[in-house]
Design a protein around this ligand. Sequence first.
Ligand code: 13P
Length: 251
Amino acid sequence: MREWIVAGNWKMHNTIAESIALAKAIKEGTTTIKNGEVVLAPPFTALFSVGETIKGSNVQLAAQNMFYEDKGAYTGEISPGMLKDIGCTYVIIGHSERRKYFHEQDQDVNLKVKKALMAGLKPIMCVGETDEERVKGITRSVVDRQVKQGLNGVEKIDNIVIAYEPVWAIGTGKVATPAEAEEVHKFIRGILKDLYGSMANDIRILYGGSVTKDNIGDLIAMEDIDGALVGGASLKADGFLGIIKNISGKK
Ligand code: 13P
């Protein structure tokens, strides 16, 4: 039985004060949750304050990115050890915005995934095709490459979460239909089965892209959708708590 996850990716939003207020509301709204995991990924500047705010609660801390070296002359970068030190359990890796604006390649994603695991962090590895790739009909080959190269050399995947985020659905309000999303989720699970055998049945695959409390119910009803990676709708407590409520009632 796979436990659901709802992760809020705040991206480059929220001051420290705003982050604390939002984290407090999420913490208070999730005290009765019995199964599943709630994860918050604030910007780096608010990791410490959010970590303090959610201490001892059901909510876990994630970073939105990391570098793949332990330490050294890498101006502007953050190491996996630093993220452990500040209390992160998860780290988002290979988000499409990192791939698009910061030119991250599958090889970078792979190095980061391996390094995160070595440091005891759980990577949420993001994959997903662009609009152009979907129109060309190459969604499967793109996702296949991203999953296989991202996991290259990874022997144990039990601490890995995959997030399928079709780029055309991110921040556009154009959510994938449950059938569209499930088709790719099933395809990803098939790749994982080829690589890791029956262990693939335990791996959580999250959907991301314009998720709201109104559309999550139908998505989460799909067999291979195990939760959500939420951007815009995670920035308001009621919207995010609504998503959590609609997932925890269904899985
Ligand atoms: P939106 O929910 O704003 O579409 O963003 C999804 C996302 O990129 C989460 O990582």
